[in-house]
Write a protein that binds this ligand. Structure first.
Ligand SMILES: [Mg+2]
Length: 328
């Protein structure tokens, strides 16, 4: 699970659209000729929460339509997610193509918190890139798969689509509070397993260094999953890749909007601000409290909406507001 393998690589290459040579980050001619080099905005979007419903994990048709309209107008749309490339293909790329994605559009997807990335057009996905230095050792992943099958299969499943991270996710059919209780037990077992594999690990405020006193991995519990990953992964890494992918196209946005539903999503805006890219962050689930930041943070209240408009409903409202502001 922790590597792409020749089969996965060849599949990715076989689906490469015209103009994508050897998986390089080349841009199809159609896109380059239509993309402004200094668009007014670029959108860097967490997926679970602001784009995909955390309940159904699907994407509203209105969100797909607004993403397409903004992208067609030359606004870079970039996903920055902990999800796998396979998830983004199924839940985001395929609905966009099915909705009539124009051939001029190139969408970038940074997956697995920056360890994996690919781009797609109306003809499908380009090569899937994996930073193998950031992948979890496959022997450890195999043990987690076994642990889930033996002790936790009633509440959660092992995500077989991850190429660098190890993720174990709540079954949709299970009540979230039941899952959260079981997740505590799973996380403790996973930490024990990492110790037996000699992997230094941190979970929240719990530190368990390896024998060299190093911490290379973290266990990150989210509300619907536990992610086990290199400490070098994060939404900040995804943001840096986003800037690189646009730079490779000759695109320098005048300003960025980052959108997320978790505290960790602020790392996108933190990184952009720190590197002198004008940015505002949109928090679609501000119930945890909005931290003080050196850049502007917006919530649905800034659109005149109530506290009950959260998750993808808030994400949809912001996409619509940008579409109206930029396209009339
Ligand atoms: Mg999220």
């Amino acid at each position: 699970m922790a590597n792409t393998g020749p089969a996965a690589q060849s599949t990715a290459h076989a689906k490469m659209p015209a103009g994508w040579e050897n998986g390089a980050m080349t841009t199809p001619e159609t896109s380059a000729s239509h993309s402004p080099s200094t668009p007014a905005l670029a959108l860097l979007l967490d997926v679970d929460g602001p784009v995909a419903s955390p309940v159904t994990r699907a994407v509203q048709p209105e969100i797909i339509a607004d993403l397409l309209a903004l992208a067609e107008a030359g606004i870079p749309v970039i996903f920055n997610t902990g999800r796998s490339a396979a998830f983004i293909r199924e839940q985001v790329m395929e609905p966009m193509i099915a909705a009539g994605m124009p051939s001029s559009i190139l969408i970038h997807a940074i997956c697995e918190k920056g360890a994996v990335w690919f781009s797609y057009t109306s003809t499908g996905p380009g090569a899937v890139h994996v930073d193998h230095d950031l992948a979890i050792p496959s022997a450890f992943g195999d043990d987690i798969r076994r642990l889930v099958a033996e002790d936790y299969a009633s509440h959660m499943f092992f995500d077989e689509t991850k190429l660098a991270m190890v993720s174990v996710e709540q079954h949709i059919s299970v009540d979230n509070s039941d899952y959260r209780a079981e997740q505590q037990l799973f996380d403790a077992d996973a930490m024990d397993l990492m110790g037996r594999h000699g992997l230094g690990v941190v979970r929240l405020d719990h530190h368990a260094p390896d024998s060299d006193d190093r911490i290379d991995y973290r266990v990150d519990p989210t509300i619907i999953s536990t992610d086990i990953e290199s400490v070098r992964l994060g939404k900040d890494l995804g943001a840096s890749r986003a800037v690189e992918l646009l730079a490779a196209q000759g695109v320098t946005p005048q300003a960025w909007r980052t959108v997320g539903d978790s505290r960790t999503d602020y790392a996108m805006a933190d990184w952009l601000h720190h590197n002198d890219h004008p940015v505002k962050h949109i928090d679609v689930r501000p119930a945890d409290g909005v931290p003080v930041k050196p850049y502007e943070v917006l919530t649905a209240a800034d659109l005149g909406l109530g506290d009950d408009i959260i998750h993808d409903d808030a994400g949809a409202a912001f996409l619509r507001s940008w579409r109206r502001a930029l396209l009339g």
